[in-house]
Design a protein around this ligand. Structure first.
Ligand SMILES: [Zn+2]
Length: 862
């Protein structure tokens, strides 16, 4: 699964004191029966995985046309049990009606429902084969019901909310699904359709038995969809969608098929394992919670990430290619070989991302692998690893109900950086061979990180355990420093040191490159930084350079020093990768309060804006400009900056050649616009629907433009929004804007009432809409008023985690806290933590991550 690119945040270090790392997946036999507690405890999971085998779920769902009518479910659960000396716990987080009775091995028994489990007494259980039959009404939550479509999304532990099951990744099972649904609906599931029977307004679809998969991968999508098939490649593919915009359809359907076909070919070649499931298909879901989810045979994607318009930026094209490749890579990494327990969920995510980077290098060939890798992962990884809420890649997980809190930038972005370092350390061929061994050995089953490290260890002479400790089991990043001695214009000594950013004497063994920049050329020296301090012999005797550019190849990880000379010499650096690495280092140094102030960095970014020819770098610069402008520049200076900054961005937009760059700059202009003149320009564009020459704007862009103007209380903003609504023909997008209107309103009472609706789970149901609405409520122009929402926002966090999908708590925090900068807002967060000393440590970490910019801004702008 994947959060939309550059998602936010992740977790903790306090709780992880690195003690309890258990060999997950090594199913030790436990003598005493596990306690009955909510969720799925690790103890229960271990107990069951060593005793329950050959699991088959026969599931029949009756899906009515009306989204409020009950969904009735028939289930038959078959399995072999090796030990019937203790009651068997079946996970079921029941909220709907039934089951009142169960049929266990032909015997009706009353349902004994305790702590989110159905307890099956020993007297009806057999050693060997068992069959349990039940009937109940399903809960709406995991069904994501809309007026004419629905989809299941069960990761990480929602299968047990939908139906009674052994909800743990190492209890893989076969699913035999039957769906009864309106005759004009279509459906997609893990396995191919066997037959369809119908009678009038309803039809029944019988699917073939699925491959053996984990419960979190079971899925179906049903409703009114357009079904497109393609025979490209070896596998017939189906693609379900609800998009109606003909330009988007024309531009997107082919790439969606092609990228997945290319990804399949790459993965088969890389892994030496043919595509491991019966079918390959996907569905584009409007306002899907994540970027995508890797259900075999029925991958789900966020529709807006796949359907791009003619004005799509290079960044969006890369993100789409990465997303499609990521989910396809999961078919091997995660679906075929699955983590034994969710503490190793990062393994499937890191390989999906790691492979996606390699695949995108093929699907979008431009020799920019290094630059894309840098821009994709570093800023996102640093945004968590530098915070008080940083956490290791591998974390302990005692109960599956907390698995959602494991996700975040550390597993999606730091882990690929770590994996690339491991590949550099081992050599690409040895690394790939190790992965092949691992997939082959555990195909169809489960494995944990120690098992993979053991296999990889056999392909290298390096001690991977020591390497693993700091990179995988600990949080944080190193801080690098250097001393250079010269004599007679030559280098006599170049020392480089590293220690933890927290002051610890830790060492992150890693490779990076250092560039010696001269007036007329640049020399690159590789650094194997495997100790706390090294003397770079290769530098000795070389002519003293103008300065050093650290991490010039973009593969190193940490807080690198930035030489002052770079502030003036950047335009002369020809390599886009070196400039990108420098931009990122400068920003990290600014946040650290080292060597460069927010105003200095803004001046540098502005100067580079018109000279930066690489679109990926333009994204870095414009992101930094928005962030510096809204977060880190003193408010008093911000006002006086607006006129010249708007003018500059507008002028650069006309000066750059590529439509993509124009679009990036147009969006940046819209995001920072403050002056009346600037707003008038945007209004004219919105009203006439005539964008500046060379800029392509889609309906979504015009909706965003209307919102931009409304947020600035542009005269007549209410009519403006109504007019925008009238322009939108697609039902899904209309519903979205209708929902967002009160959050955009300039009537404070209306916004207050809207905020109140977020206090109920029903009001937070459509998560992607809620996040956009929060962004409007807490827009930097409104933080003065909206600060009063913060205490309640924090108070709701635990409930948001309980009722929301996995990325929601962190996104909830990021969307709410993202733009605050005052001491009073920082105090609200600190006070909240002080008043809740025993707060859930994983949520606390998320809060500390989300508040990091706020804390720094409150310090930097004092
Ligand atoms: Zn994923």
């Amino acid at each position: 699964m994947y959060l939309v690119r550059k998602g936010i945040i992740a977790i903790l270090f306090l709780v992880l004191l690195l003690t309890g790392y258990r060999p997950a997946g090594q199913c030790q036999s436990i003598a005493t029966a596990p306690a009955v507690v909510p969720g799925v405890s690790y103890t229960l999971a271990t107990w069951r995985s060593s005793r329950v085998r050959n699991i088959i779920y026969q599931l029949g769902f009756h899906l009515p046309a009306t989204p409020t009518a009950a969904v009735e479910v028939e289930e038959q659960l078959s399995f072999d049990l090796s030990d019937n000396t203790a009651p068997l716990q079946i996970d079921f987080r029941k909220k709907g009606a039934g089951p009142d009775t169960l049929l266990v091995n032909g015997m009706p028994i009353p349902a004994d429902y305790q702590q989110e489990h159905l307890l099956i007494p020993t007297k009806v259980l057999h050693t060997g084969a068992n069959i349990i039959g039940l009937h109940f009404s399903a809960v709406d939550l995991p069904l994501n019901r809309n007026s004419d479509f629905l989809y299941t999304l069960l990761v990480p532990d929602r299968a047990r909310t939908l139906f009674p099951c052994f909800d743990q990744p190492d209890c893989k099972a076969i699913f035999q699904l039957t769906l009864t649904l309106p005759a004009d609906w279509k459906a997609m599931a893990n396995a191919p359709l066997k037959e369809a029977t119908g009678n009038g307004s309803e039809q029944t679809l019988h699917f073939l038995p699925s491959d053996r998969i984990s419960t979190y991968l079971f899925a179906f999508v049903a409703g009114r969809f357009t079904d497109t098939a393609a025979s490209a490649g070896e596998y017939p593919m189906h693609f379900f969608y609800r998009e109606t915009d003909s330009a988007k359809l024309r531009l997107s359907i082919r790439p969606v098929f092609q990228i997945q076909t290319d990804a399949l070919a790459f993965l088969q070649h890389y892994t030496k394992i043919p595509y491991p499931f019966q079918k390959f298909s996907c569905a584009a879901i409007p306002d899907f919670q994540f970027g995508g989810m890797e259900h075999p045979g029925a991958i789900q994607y966020k529709a807006s990430s796949l359907f791009l318009d003619p004005g799509a930026t290079r960044d969006q094209l890369i993100a789409r290619s990465n997303l499609l490749s990521h989910e396809t890579a999961h078919m091997w990494f995660g679906d075929l070989v699955t983590m034994s327990w969710f503490n190793d969920v990062w393994m499937k995510e890191v390989f999906a991302n790691f492979m996606a980077d390699k695949i995108s290098n093929i699907t979008l060939p431009d020799n920019k692998y290094d630059l894309k890798f840098l821009t994709d992962h570093y800023t996102a990884a640093y945004s968590v690893d530098r915070t008080e809420g940083a956490h290791p890649i591998r974390q302990q997980l005692d109960n599956l109900q907390d698995a959602g809190s494991l996700y975040g930038n550390i597993i999606y972005h730091k882990a690929p950086i770590m994996m690339r370092q491991l590949e550099l350390l081992m050599g690409a061929d040895a690394f790939r061979d190790g992965l092949r061994d691992y997939l082959k050995q555990y195909a169809g089953g489960n494995a944990s990180w120690p098992e993979l490290i053991r296999i990889l260890g056999a392909h290298t002479t390096t001690d991977l355990n020591a390497w693993n400790k700091v990179w995988v089991n600990e949080s944080g990043r190193p801080r690098f420093t250097y001393q250079c001695k010269t004599s007679g214009g030559k280098i006599t000594e170049l020392m480089i040191h590293q220690q933890g950013e927290d002051g610890s004497a830790r060492v992150w063994p890693q490779f990076f490159t250092i560039a010696l920049v001269y007036r007329d050329h640049i020399e690159h020296l590789p650094v194997n930084m495997n100790t706390a301090g090294i003397r770079l012999e290769k530098a000795v005797g070389k002519e003293a350079p103008l300065g050093f550019l650290f991490n010039s190849g973009g593969e190193g990880y940490g807080l690198f020093p930035v030489d002052k000379f770079l502030l003036h010499s950047l335009p002369a650096i020809k390599s886009p990768l070196m400039r990108a690495s420098t931009y990122i280092n400068l920003y990290e140094n600014m946040l650290d309060g080292q060597g460069i102030s927010p105003m200095q960095l803004l001046a540098l970014d502005r100067a580079m804006l018109s000279m930066e020819p690489e679109e990926l770098n333009l994204n870095i610069l414009t992101d930094q400009i928005s962030s510096l402008y809204w977060r880190f520049i003193p408010s008093a200076k911000r006002d006086s900056l607006s006129v010249s900054l708007e003018k500059e961005i507008w002028k650069t937009m006309y000066a750059v050649r590529s439509p993509n760059e124009k679009k990036v700059l147009f969006k940046t202009f819209s995001s920072i616009v403050r002056t009346k003149k600037g707003q008038d320009s945007l209004y004219r564009i919105w009203k006439t629907q005539e964008p500046p020459a060379g800029v392509q704007l889609s309906e979504d862009d015009y909706t965003a433009l209307a919102a931009t103007l409304a947020l600035r209380a542009y005269p007549g903003e209410k009519q403006l929004l109504d007019e925008q609504l009238a322009r939108i023909k697609n039902k899904d997008r209309r519903d979205r804007l209708i929902y967002l209107l009160p959050a955009l309103s300039n009537d404070e009472g209306e916004r207050d009432r809207f905020f109140e609706t977020l206090r109920t789970p029903e009001g937070r149901k459509k998560e992607s809409w809620v996040l956009t609405a929060l962004g409007y409520l807490h827009h930097p122009l409104r933080t003065g008023y909206s600060e009063k929402y913060l205490p309640q926002t924090l108070a709701l966090l635990e409930e948001v985690q309980r009722t929301g999908d996995v990325f929601f708590p962190q996104s909830w925090l990021a969307a709410s806290l993202g733009w605050y900068r005052t001491k009073s807002a920082a105090a609200i967060v600190r006070d909240f933590l002080q008043q809740h000393p025993d707060y859930n440590p994983k949520l606390k970490a998320k809060l500390l991550q989300a508040a990091d910019n706020l804390f720094r801004a409150a310090n930097l702008t004092k």
